[in-house]
Design a protein around this ligand. Structure first.
Ligand SMILES: [Zn+2]
Length: 379
């Protein structure tokens, strides 16, 4: 174990890790940010929805508005015996900082705040406005977090022009990859109905497993699309199938299944649902299908934000980032539809949600420089 590097972003990151902010509990993290931001002229508003604490902090009233976004909540540590150290006590080892949330995404938060402080020290009269949108409900249901804050902002005519999300976007080295969009996520919850019966008398029963099998095969055979310039091909995955009454001589009355599409901009949720129903309706099958849309796909087109991010990363990482739309969903799905350009730039994601989550100390310091440069280029 080595002593802690005493840069402001590393100190701030340690303060945040010490607060066990497991979703949706913010555990006082946002108050730390409020204290720092108020001191440099931000108006801070705490927006409470249900058990979720959100923060909207803004400096300036003019446009354009550059917003940094992120979350203070973390996933649970899991089995504590698997951790080499207390997940909520920052520990330095071999140039790494260990702790739950270190990479996802308290490093991003610490770098944003310090980048803003550094920028304001030299540019007190910047043009436009700076803001932070922070939630404590990104890792959970995400119902009372960023989505609700964006609604509240829209209702009073406040809109974000550019948004940088500090999620861990990098793959192997800081800045090797930034996200400029995300695939859509659409889930189906299926029930197939049949008639329960004796396995020896199939003519007197209607086996829902038999009914569903050819539909499932067909759904797997469809090439949904080949992706496009920005998106990988749409993927269909079944995550759960259950049926059966637990006896070897009874065929069941019902089958339930859950599946998910991660889809490109070649589809929207309506066109995708329609196509799935066509497949079902072409078979003789009595079914009920409920849908849940987690987010439509979004894509940020080339423009000032992407230019600023690419040139900042190139300057400090010595290489241009890959512009990607892979990975899971993020709160970008709520920010982008309101008309903002959204880019995600943050530390290496390799250890997120795992035991012994960690972040490279040097990366956190370099990330601050990248964020500061992005602000300088845009405001
Ligand atoms: Zn995250």
């Amino acid at each position: 174990m080595s002593t802690s590097p005493s840069t402001p972003e590393i100190q701030l990151l340690c303060d945040l890790i010490r607060r066990p902010s497991i979703t949706p509990d913010d555990a006082g993290c946002q108050q730390i940010l409020v204290d720092r931001l108020t001191a440099v002229g931000f108006q801070c508003e705490s927006l409470q929805f249900g058990d979720v604490t959100n923060l909207w902090a803004r400096r300036g009233s003019e446009s354009p508005l550059l917003c940094f976004a992120g979350h203070t909540d973390v996933v649970p540590p899991g089995d504590l015996s698997g951790w080499d150290s207390d997940p909520f006590e920052p520990v330095f080892k071999d140039g790494m900082l260990y702790g739950r949330g270190s990479a996802d995404m308290k490093a991003g938060l610490a770098s944003m705040v310090v980048a803003i402080e550094q920028f304001l020290a030299d540019n007190n009269d910047h043009k436009g406005s700076l803001a932070l949108l922070i939630t404590s409900d990104e890792e959970g249901r995400a119902r009372d977090g960023t989505l609700k804050v964006i609604e509240a902002l829209s209702n009073r005519g406040e809109s974000i022009d550019w948004c940088v999300i500090g999620e861990p976007s990098s793959e192997n080295k800081l800045g090797d990859l930034v996200r400029v969009g995300r695939r859509g996520s659409l889930s189906g919850m299926l029930t197939v109905k049949g008639i329960q019966g004796h396995v020896a008398y199939p003519n007197l029963a209607d086996n829902p497993i038999r009914r569903f099998a050819p539909v499932l095969a067909e759904l797997h055979q469809i090439e949904w699309d080949q992706g496009n310039e920005y998106f990988p091909p749409t993927s269909f995955q079944v995550v759960d199938i259950r049926s059966g009454v637990g006896a070897p001589n009874v065929t069941p009355a019902e089958l339930s299944a859950r599946f998910n599409f991660r889809y490109s901009t070649e589809w929207n949720d309506e066109s995708l649902k329609k196509r799935v129903h066509e497949v079902f309706d072409a078979h003789e099958i009595d079914y009920d299908l409920k849908w849940h849309l987690s987010g439509e796909p979004f894509l940020t087109q080339p423009g000032p934000l992407i230019d600023a991010v690419v040139s900042s990363v190139s300057e400090y990482a010595g290489r241009a980032p890959e512009l990607s739309t892979g990975g899971g969903t993020s709160d970008g799905r709520f920010i982008s539809p309101a008309g903002a350009d959204v880019v995600e730039l943050g530390p290496v994601s390799a250890s997120i949600h795992k035991i012994n989550e960690h972040v490279k100390v040097a990366d956190v310091i370099q990330l601050t420089s990248m964020y500061r440069r992005i602000i300088e280029l845009l405001l």
